[in-house]
Design a protein around this ligand. Structure first.
Ligand SMILES: [Zn+2]
Length: 113
């Protein structure tokens, strides 16, 4: 016998302690309704979809920040290189590899999402 949980709409066999194995709430069974189940499935599918869209948006944001860090790091390094030719620069070139490395890391993390 399988009933539909009135809490989460999943077709389940209640656990020994009378709870729904899917949502862990006290099981209150109702007659199996194929339309209600399809609606519940569709709702869950849409929730999963919007979650993955949000994840992708966050990944894209991370990639943009990473690229920005790389550009700023390289730009600052180039500026330092040019400034090193002037007397004030003292012939020292500061390489902003920290920003570039973090930027590259961000890009890869963003892409792997
Ligand atoms: Zn349930």
């Amino acid at each position: 016998m399988d009933d539909v949980c009135s809490e989460c709409g999943t077709r389940v066999i209640p656990m020994a302690d009378g709870r729904c194995p899917s949502c862990m709430r006290p099981f209150v069974g109702k007659e199996f309704d194929p339309i209600a189940e399809r609606v519940a499935l569709e709702k869950r599918r849409r929730q999963a979809e919007s979650a993955s869209t949000a994840k992708r948006a966050a990944g894209n944001k991370q990639v943009r920040w990473g690229v920005l860090l790389i550009v700023v790091g390289l730009g600052a390094t180039a500026f330092s290189y040019m400034a090193a030719d002037t007397p004030a620069g003292g012939g020292k070139v500061i390489v902003f590899y920290g920003a570039v490395l973090v930027g590259i890391l961000q890009v890869f993390r963003g892409l792997s999402r």
